[in-house]
Ligand binder design. Sequence first.
Ligand SMILES: Nc1ncnc2c1ncn2[C@@H]1O[C@H](COP(=O)(O)OP(=O)(O)OP(=O)(O)O)[C@@H](O)[C@H]1O
Ligand SMILES: [Mg+2]
Length: 540
Amino acid sequence: KRFHKFLEIKDILPDDARKVIVEDFERLKILGEGRGPSSADYSVFINHVDFFLSLPWNKENEQEKSIENVKNKLDDDIAGQDSVKQRIGDYIAPKMLNPKGRAGILCFVGPPGVGKTYFGASIAQALNRKFIRMSLGGVSDEAEIRGHRRTYIGALPGKVLQYIKQCESKNPVFVFDEIDKMERSSRGDPSAALLEVLDPEQNHSFTDHYLDAGFDLSQVFFICTANVEHDIPPALRDRMDIIRLPGYLETEKLEIAKKFLVPKALVEVGLTQNDVKVIFPDEVILKIIREYTREAGVRDLARRITQISRKNAGKFLQHGGSIKSIQMNPETVESFLGPPKHRREDAKLTGVGVAIGLAWTPYGGEILRVQSRFFPAVKKDEFTFSQTGLQKEVMLEANKAALTIVRNKTGQKEEDTWLKSIHLHIPEGAIPKDGPSAGITTLCSLYSLFTRKIAKPFLAMTGEIDLEENILPIGGVKEKVIAAMRAGIKEVMLPSGNEPDLHDVPKEIKDSLKFIFVSTVDEALNVVFGKENKEPSPVS
Ligand SMILES: Nc1ncnc2c1ncn2[C@@H]1O[C@H](COP(=O)(O)OP(=O)(O)OP(=O)(O)O)[C@@H](O)[C@H]1O
Ligand SMILES: [Mg+2]
């Protein structure tokens, strides 16, 4: 039976592969004549032959031919994200014109819950290809990707070919999730193996150690996803087309909830099937977004909506299944979900020693309050600069630069502050923070502490500083301004060098936030503390 199958596919096999399987059959023949089918060697070869023959050497799904259909399907599945859809379209079109052409590698980068994996599945569906998802988080053994050599006891093929075998098609959409979370270990470097899988120059004949023959992966549509672009192994990053998904605005979340999350949740809990109409007005969804979630994506939002829907299903059953519609309002939300989890009112106000910064995290942008206070020195003549809130090295260094500048500007000498050591804290204390981009925020916090001037409220800032008092450009502008808007900030101060980044900031944000660009510390202090900041009042 196996030999018959081999004869069926013999002609389409690449030469090297044919040689391998023919040798297998020859070995089986010899082994069969010797100790017989019970020997261990025999089963090793049989397993190999079975795996070999079960691979989809020539099976592929016929891809959707109309780009219009693909676009429509993506529109049906994905709310908003027009520029991402546009880029996906640009990517797919050449592939339709030349199906044998080399498939490139797309990589979606962005915070959790923004739809990276979900878009992969939507693309597969729109193209009528099979869908495979493999998580690389924590993978540290290259054999997981490329398999073990056959001589190894208990050898297995790598996961890539195992998945290809399962989906029975050689042109699926294959999503590698969390490509930024692979680890290098004593068992090899999985990113090197992955390069052989992904690289269009090599993957027309990808050699799994177990299979021992090249398999053509060039028709696979590879998509990678990552939270942090910087953590993608450089050799891979070089070959990728990176598409950044920075996180959603409130209006976009509202649209996603109305179009997808609410209907999905109602089906999931069985209300739609029982003809109950559950009415979620916009104000209810917005309340959930604002007071029960704090995220760049929509995963928590989806969870909260499902939670409410479950309670509604319970209510429906309690009434013996007789109600026809359930109207949600903000009060019912509180009764179902408990008191609001996030109140952001105080995030925008300032006081002595406080400045509001903007930070980039793998989970999206965040508002950051930099706080500083004097405290009595432990020993006379011993100044301490105590910095807490899990600040890491680069940040600590930026803080030192900020302190030096503030000392120069306010004419404070170290001796003057001997009795007053400084404590600089950044909540939330459990989240590690690093990077130079809070430099200007720390500086404003210290300046406020030294001069007792209060920073302008509703203004958030970001920017690296140097000792020449320049303000240098930083990364993650889009994420940061989305977070500012989410928190109710009115003005954002950015380094002049970041002005070009405003180009891809959504119009909605540009219309409602005021942007101020500065390139020197003096300019920044003018913006934050008003024009008269030159004369420091004495430290009390
Ligand atoms: N634009 C969108 N339109 C419709 N649904 C969306 C959209 N964006 C996200 N979603 C919903 O959000 C859910 C979570 O997305 P997904 O699991 O793809 O996140 P992810 O970006 O892969 O996150 P992670 O980095 O944690 O893996 C999806 O199942 C989908 O229901
Ligand atoms: Mg994902």
